[in-house]
Design a protein around this ligand. Structure first.
Ligand code: NAD
Length: 397
């Protein structure tokens, strides 16, 4: 039986995660992104039937909002979120998705969500059944999963991803986000097994499995597009990111785009990897070193007027690269680069200069650590203007 429990909900932060989420705050965060999308020109030639895998937070949620409110698409979202139980709040993505669906339906847009393990065969089958019944076909598939684990659907093995350097111990500055202390972190190198495990979770195999399953079920529209997200970033993060276990997995994901392009050839389909900007999300806050880099990056990009969040990034991806009669501009490795503003020399030189200087003492002056914290809280629906956080709310959302 479902009981409605109302209470005052406050953030409870445990390291890089907040174990509570605020339903009204999450809805307001979604509304902000919808408002931004609607303030932008309509995206011409936008896809009309969109599947977003990893649709409830971060880049996937922004993709779903852009497709629906920027292009008028019917959206089917897949995610893995905790539902409210025993008076405990759900996870933020559950409230985000509930709010998104309500707003989409208000505008007469089809929106359905599936809460379950996207890596499993069962969820793939469920999605395909819904596409067949409700949409017929899909013309865009966004692959935006970030997960620490994957149960392999064929072997049942539980794979765990780790964030480790490869080949040598890595010591670098990092931010203790609980205490706002800049300190050194030392991370031991990965074993070959760690690399395999991380690639099994965050590499391209599951993306390919999705596309093959959709193809087999004949639910791909002519000219179908699929896009997955990746990250490169600056050299200070390379030992832990690009050259580390996660970077190897991302390379595998990037290489899978070529394989997928061949799978889609019969429909004149295309597969892209978009390299996105470093942003505060639940996934990125778990990576050592990255929150400090983000705090410095935000400071510099806000000052230069080029700062973007997930919704601005994805709007640009759709409007300037994938649709509006544009042909995506690819780098030498065949990837779309919406990290272009982040990687500008003027931005990177200043960030790296600050990187050498940053200490606990000057953290609040030379970095946007305050912006980092407020963005982090926002992910869980906290710290949003206009929300009465002293008022009891139903955890059912
Ligand atoms: P996020 O944590 O905000 O979102 C992850 C999504 O995956 C959520 O919707 C979650 O519910 C879903 N998910 C996780 N495990 C699942 C499972 N087993 N089944 C179904 N859904 C599951 O992360 P994000 O930062 O938006 O990352 C999305 C993608 O963007 C990732 O590939 C990430 O590497 C990439 N990216 C992120 C950044 C960044 O700075 N945040 C930068 C560039 C690229």
């Amino acid at each position: 039986m479902n009981t409605i429990t109302s209470s005052v909900i406050k953030p409870r932060i445990r390291g890089f995660i907040c174990i509570t989420a605020h339903p009204t705050g999450c809805a307001a965060h979604v509304q902000e992104q919808i408002d931004y999308t609607k303030s932008q020109p309509k995206i011409e030639g936008a896809p009309k039937k969109v599947l977003v895998i990893g649709a409830s937070t971060g880049y996937g949620l922004a993709s779903r909002i852009t497709a629906a409110f920027g292009g008028g698409a019917a959206t089917l979202g897949v995610y893995f979120e905790k539902t409210p139980e025993g008076g405990k709040t759900a996870t933020a993505g559950y409230y985000n998705s509930k709010a998104f669906e309500a707003k989409a339906k208000d505008e007469g847009l089809y929106a359905k969500s599936i809460n379950g393990d996207a890596y499993s065969d069962a969820i793939k089958e469920e999605v395909i059944e819904i596409i067949k019944k409700d949409l017929g076909q899909v013309d865009l598939i966004v692959y935006s999963l970030a997960s620490p684990k994957r149960v392999h659907p064929k072997t049942g093995t539980v794979h765990s991803s780790v964030l480790k350097p490869i080949g040598a111990t890595f010591t670098a500055k990092t931010l203790d986000t609980d205490k706002d202390i800049v300190k050194d972190v030392t991370i031991e190198p990965a074993t070959p097994e760690d690399v395999k495990e991380t690639t099994a979770v965050m590499g391209g195999e599951d993306w390919l499995m999705w596309i093959e399953a959709l193809k087999k079920a004949d639910v791909l529209a002519p000219g179908v597009v699929t896009v997955a997200y990746s990250y490169i970033g600056p050299s200070v993060t390379w030992p832990i990111y690009r050259d580390g276990t996660i970077g190897k997995a991302k390379k595998d994901l990037e290489e899978t785009a070529e394989v997928i392009a061949n799978v889609l050839a019969h429909k004149n389909g295309r597969a892209f990897v978009s390299i996105n900007k470093a942003l505060v999300t639940q996934a990125s806050s778990a990576i050592p070193v990255v929150p400090l880099y983000i705090s410095l990056l935000y400071k510099v990009m806000k000052k230069q007027g080029t700062h973007e969040g997930c919704i601005e990034q994805i709007n640009r991806l759709f409007a300037k690269q994938l649709y509006n009669s544009n042909k995506p501009v690819l780098d030498t490795e065949g990837r779309i680069r919406i990290d272009d503003y982040e990687m500008e020399a003027a931005v990177q030189n200043e960030v790296l200069n600050l990187w050498t200087q940053v200490t606990t003492e000057n953290l609040h002056d030379i970095s946007d650590v305050a912006g980092y914290h407020s963005e982090f809280l926002k992910l869980f629906g906290f710290g949003i203007d206009g929300i009465d956080y002293e008022a009891p709310v139903s955890v059912d959302g």
